[in-house]
Write a protein that binds this ligand. Structure first.
Ligand SMILES: C[C@H](O)[C@H](O)[C@@H](O)C(=O)CO
Ligand code: MN
Length: 421
């Protein structure tokens, strides 16, 4: 896009927003606080690097598609992530899963991982000036095949996963320490039952016990923030999920943990945007996994839809930036994976910028005075304000392609790099 055109369009758009009491410059400046954690697992369809050709198995989650160009080594993965970050305005973090360590060709089991396997990632992140987040991996492993990990009634299996959790926290804390920004360590387990179980309570009591054990070691909040991620159901675990929302919200509140809200993990008419202000009355912080469920927890690439908009609007309206950690969680193997990241992350960023261009105080005043028609009309009018011109200018300021210009850059990367893998 032409620079002069972008600047001209911005000036006109800025005036339109000013007419409704919104300062576009302030909105753009506030975008500095929008730091999105990129999930590493879109690079390789949640395979990881524990062994050659590792692939996602079990866990009730699924990638579909076989689009060429998937990252097959950590070097390729880093190159892809750097390309993605070059095409995104603002600053990001990287969210790693435990299966993405540098294991040097040896079989390092999940109860044996240590900081040494992630030091390369820490150095890489330091070099880029970004923070890291971390997740234990409780799937794609023979000891997860029964469908139960931290809630397993097999004491050997349960202890194995508790040890994994302990090690993940040590790794996360070291990431936070070395990088000078706390690592959000998230625990999601697939545990659940295909058919109607009888002893729901037994599994939940075991999960609570395992979490208590896994959290035994204390780390400074400057280095590590622990989160627990609930879920409604997974493939093959349709009748009961041990780590349900009630379970983890209770655990998080009682134990001063973060609750992780993934917007693919609820009944379709429930909205995560509506949950944020509820959870934050009782927890210090929340972690978000922003995704796009299509009929089920399908983890499609995020698009700018009403669900994502409500999430961003709730954060902006209440200035929850310091208390909401925003991560992404999608994995689409049917399209260019770099493109998936760029479209998905930009969609989330756009939702934040749109939210920042809202005359919130005026709308609240209308609401408090019972002027509901005016509130509705204003919210509708905001949808067709010239947001795109502000977005393009924001991209220009950040020295990244504006509008659709990133598409050709991704196609060039596909031709020059991805297609040769
Ligand atoms: C790979 C992630 O840990 C996983 O997607 C988890 O966060 C989840 O949402 C499972 O449905
Ligand atoms: Mn998730």
């Amino acid at each position: 896009m032409d620079r002069t055109q972008i600047e001209k369009a911005y000036q006109l758009a800025k005036e339109q927003y000013a007419a409704i009491g919104v300062e576009a410059e302030k909105a753009i400046d506030k975008m500095k606080e929008v730091v999105i954690s990129l999930h590493c697992w879109q690079t390789d369809d949640v395979g990881g690097f524990e062994k050659p050709d590792a692939a996602l198995s079990g866990g009730g989650i699924q990638t579909t598609g076989n689009y060429p160009g998937k990252a097959k080594t950590i070097g390729q993965m880093r190159a892809d992530l750097e390309k993605v970050m070059h095409l995104l305005p603002g600053k990001q973090r990287l969210n790693l899963h435990a299966i993405y360590g540098e294991f040097g060709g040896k079989l390092v089991d999940r109860d044996e991982i240590g900081v040494e396997h992630f030091q390369g990632w820490i150095d890489w992140a330091k070099n880029l000036g970004i923070g890291l987040d971390f997740n234990g991996t409780y799937f794609s492993h023979p000891k997860a095949d029964s469908g139960f990990t931290l809630s397993s009634k097999d004491e050997g299996i349960r202890k194995f996963w508790v040890e994994h959790m302990k090690r993940c926290r040590e790794i996360g804390a070291e990431m936070g320490k070395q990088l000078g920004t706390p690592c959000v360590h998230n625990t999601w387990i697939p545990d659940g039952s295909k058919d109607v179980p009888v002893d729901r309570n037994g599994y939940r009591a075991l999960l609570k016990k395992s979490l208590d054990e896994g959290y035994e070691n204390e780390f400074s909040k400057e280095y590590l923030k622990d989160a627990v991620e609930s879920k409604l159901f997974g493939i093959g675990a349709e009748s009961m999920t041990v780590g349900s929302h009630d379970f983890y919200l209770g655990y998080a509140i009682k134990n001063n943990k973060l609750i992780c809200l993934d917007n693919g993990h609820f009944h379709p008419t429930e909205q995560v945007g509506d949950k944020i202000s509820s959870c934050l009355q009782f927890t210090d912080e929340v972690l978000l996994h922003v995704t796009r469920p299509v009929r089920w927890d399908s983890d499609h690439v995020v698009t700018l839809n009403e669900e994502v908009q409500l999430i961003a609007s709730e954060i902006v309206r209440n200035n929850f930036f310091g208390r909401v950690n925003t991560g992404l969680d999608f994995f689409d193997a049917s399209i260019n994976r770099i493109g998936a990241y760029v479209v998905g992350t930009r969609a989330a960023q756009k939702a934040f910028l749109i939210a920042l261009l809202e005359p919130t105080a005026q709308l609240v005043k209308m609401e408090e005075e019972g002027r509901y028609f005016e509130r509705l009309a204003m919210l509708e009018e905001l949808k067709t304000k010239p947001f795109g011109a502000i977005w393009d200018y924001y991209c220009l300021l950040n020295d990244v392609p504006a509008g659709e210009d990133y598409i050709s850059e991704i196609l060039t990367y596909e031709k020059d790099v991805l297609s040769k893998r």
